[in-house]
Structure formats: C-alpha cells, structure tokens
Write a protein that binds this ligand. Structure first.
Ligand code: NAP
Length: 234
C-alpha cells in the first residue's frame, strides 16, 4: 500500500466506527468519516479535526445505490482513491424477537444495511483499490453470525452477519493473487448505542482489531475472522 493511505469508514458518527476513524487518523491515515445524515457526521468529523487529526466528512447511505456510487466518484476525484474500507455501519432491529415472530420487513432492512451495504461498498471501492495496487477491507461482523455460535433470537441480525461472513470469504477468494485483503472482525460486546451500557468493552477495545488489520502488510492473512488480533472460527 502507498505510504499515504486513505481510509473510508461507514457509519462513523458514533460508536465503534467513530473510534476507528480516530485511531486510524492518529496513525497518519487520511480518514473519510461517513454517515447517512450530514449533521451528526459533520459534527463527529469536526470533533476529530479539533484533535488535530486529518479527517474529512462525506455523506454516505450504504443502503442507497446512488449514494454509494456518488460517494465512490467523490473519493476518486477528491482523494485519488481509497486504500482501506471499513464496513462498520450496522443496525439491529430484532432484539426481542425470534425466528417464529420476526418481522420479515425488518430482516430485509437489516440485510440492506449490514450485508448488501458492504457488498455495494466493495463493488464501488475495489476498482479504486485495484488502480492503487492494494487494499484492505475489514467487515465489522459479529460472532452472533458465526455458524459456530448461532443460537436462537436476533434472527435478522444473525442472518445479516452470517451473510457478511460469507461475503468476506467470497471476495477474499476472488481477490487471491492481488494485494487486496478481505477479513471480518468481531469487536466483542462493546459499550455503544447498539451494545448498551452493560457491555464490558470500551470503544477503544472494540476498534483495535479493525485498525490493526487495516495496517497489515501485503503478505498478511485474507479471508479470516478475527477477534483481539487473533483468528477465530467462523
Ligand atoms: P452504533 O453505535 O449503533 O452505530 C451504528 C452506526 O451505523 C451509526 O453511525 C449509524 O448511523 C450507522 N448506520 C446505520 N445505518 C446506516 C446506513 N444505512 N448507512 C450508513 N450508516 C448507517 O453501533 P456500534 O455498536 O458502534 O456498531 C458498529 C458495528 O459493530 C456494527 O456493524 C455492529 O453490528 C458491530 N458490532 C457491535 C457490537 C457491540 O457490542 N456494540 C458487537 C458486535 C458487532 P445513524 O446515526 O445515522 O443511525
């Protein structure tokens, strides 16, 4: 990867995505902090710029094909491309539901953000990475979608993260022989709006493995699932 790297982080106005932006920028990466609504996204960006970090804001709704296409064009024009993509945007709409009473429409919405969103982002940004000769894609997934951990409850969330894991393997395989590496991470149970106040992990801990993977050398692993910088089972 080039010395001066550009990273794109989806869903970054708060939570783990915001902290990933902070940690990447602190390591000298130019970060594009994105969010679907401009006001909180811009405010989050200003906060990090106030800390002296090189962070820019661009609006991006990962469920909207036009938004993703326009975003990729803007990144190409304004920053010359992207080296790192962190697919972090996510939602969880079926907390108290199970497979028998889940609302299929909510599952569809969850898939749009958690699974098809990352697919759209990869399709839009991988051509830019190919032009730069290398890339790192990190999908912020969850063990709730691991075949080794799936149990009852949260059907939409689990299905979406299982799909995201599958997407990670598909793209990693298709990109073998390039310097574009595709991996997924489980951040642990993290104190955020999604994780809630009882979660034991800080956002700093939740962001760490994604940032570490984003800065790995070209010969590093691809097509793997990581937690705490170690490979875990799918
Ligand atoms: P969070 O605080 O709820 O943040 C989620 C972010 O995603 C927000 O910035 C939200 O933006 C954004 N988002 C939602 N839909 C979007 C869309 N269509 N386009 C662009 N951005 C969108 O959640 P978090 O805990 O930081 O979660 C980040 C990631 O970690 C998620 O993928 C989640 O599944 C995963 N994860 C979290 C935990 C945990 O314990 N927290 C555990 C395992 C995995 P708005 O403000 O506009 O809604």
């Amino acid at each position: 990867m080039p010395d001066e790297k550009v990273a794109v982080v989806t869903g970054a106005n708060r939570g783990i995505g915001f902290e990933i932006c902070r940690q990447l920028a602190a390591k000298g990466v130019t970060v594009v902090l994105t969010d679907r609504t401009a006001k909180p996204g811009r405010a989050a960006c200003e906060r990090l710029r106030g800390e002296g970090l090189d962070v820019r804001f661009l609006p991006l709704d990962v469920t909207d094909e036009g938004s993703v296409r326009g975003f990729a064009e803007a990144v190409g024009k304004e920053l010359g491309g992207a080296d790192i993509l962190i697919n972090n945007a996510g939602l969880n709409l079926d907390r108290n539901l199970n497979g028998l009473n889940a609302d299929v429409e909510d599952i569809r919405k969850t898939m749009e953000t958690n699974a098809y969103g990352p697919l759209r982002m990869c399709q839009a940004l991988i051509p830019l990475m190919k032009k730069r000769g290398a890339g790192r894609i990190i999908n912020v997934s969850s063990r709730m979608g691991s075949t080794s951990h799936i149990g009852g409850g949260y059907p939409g969330y689990r299905i979406s993260k299982a799909t995201l894991n599958a997407l990670t393997l598909i793209l990693a395989d298709e990109l073998q022989g390039t310097k574009i590496l595709v991996n997924a991470i489980h951040p642990g149970w993290v104190k955020t709006d999604m994780g809630g106040r009882s979660a034991p992990r800080s956002v700093e801990e939740g962001a760490d493995t994604a940032v570490w993977l984003a800065l790995q050398p070209d010969a590093a692993l691809t097509g793997k699932f990581f937690m705490d910088r170690k490979v875990i089972s799918w």
